[in-house]
Design a protein around this ligand. Structure first.
Ligand code: USQ
Length: 399
């Protein structure tokens, strides 16, 4: 198949491109390297060194024996995007080119407006370009489990049957996102669903949980082929941050009670699931939703697992409790479905501690890089500090 990856220089995109060519697919992709800039803006760096795009593309050709067809094209540059897709004629488009951080979107008005414009208009442009130049392609759109929020009922995969005042219907499950970033994914969901219904496009909207991990097998041991691994408060996700904190002897930064429960999955599972989705496209005009995660865990359970993995590689890991800068529920029900991918053959990697051990071993050689940025490990971006303080929300009151 011909697969186009929007955001191919990123954490998931770079890994996915390698996995797909190993399976015999032809891959093209775009990027304008904003992730590199954002991480610099928040005064951090990737724990694993990230090579220049030229070095990456050369290594890709050398190791995998094929070219990754690459262009520096912004999704907001509609004519350039349209032209690239018209020439490549993809069977599938995997859209990973969004600003992915909740805290970054909550910094101030400028960052919130940038996040919403970049994500929503970029995705809208992909839909229009598909309609105009490749209407049979399958859009694999990266959404987030965060679209659903944490409702006090089970979470289905996108839709649920509801009976209201004596009548029944199958409707989209309510979205209650908890940041301006997560809300962009809700807006994308509505636009994508509408485009499938109106123009007959086909799409899988992936509600992905929090990803962690340093590698997948396709990367081998060539450092030029490794993906990035962020650990700052914006672009580092919980377990990636915890593993970096563990290798420099910083207490793991659990926010509030640490009882928040989310769906998590290793990087290798994310790539496995995206590949299954690409290779099993929906019908023309179909819009479907997959919830994508290995299992649900509380943040505290994951911190305990990092501690266990740390002990196995000789690290004495301390768990710390920090005031939660986000406005989110600490004690809540959380029971999402994730059956669709399993029905298509997804085999979850259940040994999370083994995955964490691999991460710690990959990160230990880069201890000095993380150590240099040690001061940025404790967060200072607040959802609403004044209100938070006024309500005296603290670890003690939320435990
Ligand atoms: N958390 C901590 N300590 C930390 C970092 C996070 O306790 O040092 C907590 C957060 O308060 C939150 C949970 O861990 O309750 C998850 O936070 P996260 O930063 O790992 O993930 P999140 O902000 O939810 O966003 C990440 C990705 C995003 C994706 C989302 C999937 O950055 O792109 O959409 O995971 S999900 O969480 O299922 O919505």
């Amino acid at each position: 198949m011909k697969v186009f990856i929007a955001g191919v220089d990123g954490y998931l995109g770079w890994a996915l491109a390698q996995h797909l060519v190993k399976r015999g697919h032809t891959v093209a992709g775009n990027d304008i390297f904003l992730r590199r800039e954002w991480v610099e803006e928040v005064e951090s760096t990737s724990a694993t060194p990230v090579y220049s795009i030229d070095e990456r593309l050369a290594a890709f050709r050398e190791v995998h024996g094929v070219d990754l067809i690459f262009r520096e094209v912004d999704l907001l540059d509609y004519p350039a995007l349209r032209e690239f897709l018209a020439e490549f004629q993809p069977d599938a488009i995997v859209h990973l080119a969004e600003m992915p951080s909740a805290p970054y979107s909550m910094i101030d008005q400028k960052h919130a407006a940038f996040t919403q414009t970049n994500n929503v208009i970029g995705s809208l442009n992909v839909l229009w370009a598909m309609r105009e130049v490749c209407p049979d392609a399958h859009l694999v759109k990266l959404g987030t489990m965060g679209e659903y929020g944490t409702p006090n009922v089970d979470i289905p995969e996108g839709f649920f049957e509801i009976e209201y005042r004596g009548r029944k219907d199958v409707l989209p499950f309510p979205r209650q996102a908890n940041s301006f970033y997560h809300l962009t994914k809700v807006h994308d969901t509505n636009n994508t669903m509408f485009a499938c219904k109106t123009w007959g496009l086909r799409s899988t909207d992936i509600m992905q949980g929090v990803v962690f991990g340093t590698r997948i097998d396709a990367m081998g041991d060539d450092p030029r082929l490794f993906t990035r691994l962020d650990f700052d408060q914006c672009f580092g996700t919980a377990v990636n941050r915890f593993c970096c904190q563990a290798v420099v002897g910083h207490p793991l930064t659990l926010f509030g009670s640490g009882h928040m429960r989310r769906g998590f999955l290793p990087l290798r599972d994310s790539i496995q699931c995206l590949t299954i989705t690409i290779e099993n496209p929906p019908q023309k005009g179909e819009y479907r939703v997959f919830n994508q995660f290995e299992e649900t865990y509380t943040i505290e359970e994951l911190a305990q697992k990092v501690k266990e993995a740390g002990a196995a590689v000789g690290l004495d890991v301390e768990i710390g409790y920090y005031e939660n800068p986000r406005t989110e529920k600490h004690e809540h029900y959380y029971n999402p479905d994730r059956q669709h991918l399993i029905d298509l053959g997804y085999v979850p990697t259940h040994d999370v501690v083994a995955e964490m051990k691999i991460m710690l071993q990959d990160l230990l050689p880069h201890r000095d890089r993380i150590m240099e940025k040690r001061e940025i490990l404790v967060p200072d971006i607040w959802w609403d500090r004044e209100r938070h303080r006024a309500q005296q929300i603290s670890p003690e009151t939320t435990k």
